[in-house]
Design a protein around this ligand. Structure first.
Ligand SMILES: [Zn+2]
Length: 477
């Protein structure tokens, strides 16, 4: 068995105490974490390839506009998953890319009369700020597509060489018919796809489902020299190349919103498995469901399109975070004003429970761990927090400690209760957290001079940072 409990050095670590078993007692025979895997369409035990180092890839944003709350739901699902994995396993590498070359970016830059580089840079910074204010931890590696064009070209060349791709009129296309397992992830079969194809099929395609790996660029479009002429990559090959560069032929979990399942993830899988046939690409696929706003699909035309910033202008970030985690990630979530107010009231109660007396340091309570280990059951974990808050309000300070530790797994209740009740400090806190996040990004990029300068800047504002293995916390000196 390859589950992490089979490995001696890891099994002896105190993490097992969090999972409700004593380090020296009889070990349970199965992995303790289960996840719903989209490919097998079942909730299955999670067994990492290497329990000493778990590897996760998530598709990141295409940077041309502010992130909306639907984007946020995917980022929050990843955040809870990675927090849980970090709690259980000694090392987790979480890669989340930035798509900074895309026709939507080119079009937006043109419409704004803005340089593409300035648009992508500005939007990436806004994305980082928004996620920092939502207390979403930064990824370990955040590759940019434009920094990985060489890897994409190498993969495309290899796919042509082994008969899975062909060149036609300056394009390189993936030949869907060359990969018998195409459709296995999304459950669609190629015939069905062809029959359902309503879009006009480009004449240079051998089959309607064939998709672009490389396409030619005009002089006013971003482009790179290649064996197939000056051009730019298709979106799907970007993620195949970046996941391979940083995580290898086989890694544990690939995630994203359910809107990415087809065609994006199906195509990523086809490219990667055909290019690296000895690897497995992703062992588990995690997809979060979509989000409604007041019962309707979010769209610009309905006028109910909400960016993260729109919501944060009217409510604390933590209330939005609690609201979004209040539904299981595989259920459709209905965002409502009433729900946001409810989340705020819940946090009032939770912070009252913390403020009512001392909060001792405790382990993450077993009930919260079990809920999250059961396919990230966040609503059940939150129900546990409600029970702990009730006990804490009745005077049980151990329960207050457990409330704080359990909420920490969800990235909640880590602030100062006094701050929460003051409320209006949130803008200032957002600015502080954005600087802390910028420092983390600098450190990951090994730019220690910049990281130190940011620490000094924060210190000058009276902010003390504390680095722990779970991230950076801060307090006022
Ligand atoms: Zn992707």
């Amino acid at each position: 068995m390859k589950g992490f409990l089979g490995s001696q050095d890891i099994a002896s670590k105190p993490l097992l105490a969090h999972l409700g078993c004593m380090p020296h007692s009889h070990l349970p025979p199965h992995p303790v974490l289960s996840l719903h895997d989209s490919q097998s369409r079942a909730t299955v035990p999670f067994t990492p390839i290497d329990p000493a180092h778990v590897k996760v890839y998530y598709c990141g944003p295409t940077v041309y506009d502010l992130a909306h709350i639907g984007n946020l739901r995917a980022m929050l699902t990843a955040d809870v998953l990675v927090r849980l994995l970090r709690h259980v396993y000694p090392r987790v590498t979480f890669v989340r890319n930035i798509t900074d070359v895309d026709d939507k970016i080119t079009a937006r830059a043109r419409a704004n009369g803005e340089d593409i580089g300035s648009l992508t840079q500005r939007t990436t910074e806004e994305f980082h700020q928004d996620l920092a204010s939502m207390n979403v931890l930064p990824p370990d590696i955040e590759p940019r597509a434009t920094h990985n064009i060489g890897e994409m070209q190498a993969m495309i060349a290899r796919l042509i060489e082994n008969g899975h791709a062909y060149e036609a009129e300056g394009h390189v296309l993936f030949s869907v018919g060359s990969f018998p397992s195409y459709g296995a992830l999304s459950g669609r079969n190629p015939e069905e796809l062809e029959a359902g194809a309503r879009v006009e099929v480009a004449p240079y395609k051998k089959a309607p489902g064939d998709f672009v790996l490389w396409k030619p660029s005009d002089a006013d479009q971003p482009g790179w020299d290649s064996p197939w002429g000056r051009g730019r990559p298709g979106w799907h090959i970007e993620c195949s190349a970046m996941s391979h560069r940083y995580l290898g032929d086989s890694f544990d979990i690939h995630g994203g919103g359910s809107d990415l399942l087809f065609p994006h993830h199906e195509n990523e899988r086809a490219q990667s498995l055909c290019c690296f046939p000895h690897g497995k690409f992703a062992n588990y696929w995690v997809h979060n469901a979509m989000l409604l706003v007041e019962g309707e699909k979010m769209s610009k035309s309905l006028g109910n399109f909400l960016t993260i910033r729109d919501v944060l202008a009217q409510a604390p970030a933590e209330a939005l975070r609690l609201l979004l985690l209040g539904a299981h990630y595989r259920s459709t979530l209905n965002y409502t004003q009433a729900g946001l107010q409810e989340a705020r009231k819940t946090l009032d109660r939770f912070y009252r429970a913390l403020a009512a007396g001392p909060v001792p340091e405790t382990d993450v309570p077993e009930g919260v761990m079990q809920a999250l280990a059961d396919d990230l059951n966040t609503p059940k974990a939150i129900a546990e927090l409600h029970a702990l808050a009730a006990q804490a309000l009745a005077g049980d300070r151990q329960a207050a400690g457990a409330l704080k530790a359990g909420a920490g797994m969800l990235g909640l209740l880590q602030g100062d209760p006094e701050q929460w009740f003051k409320g209006d400090a949130s803008d200032e806190d957002t600015a502080i957290e954005a600087l802390i996040n910028e420092r983390l990004v600098a450190r990951k990029a090994r730019d220690f001079a910049k990281a130190d300068a940011l620490r000094d800047q924060l210190q000058a504002q009276g902010i003390v940072l504390e680095d722990t293995k779970d991230g950076t916390s801060w307090r006022r000196a």
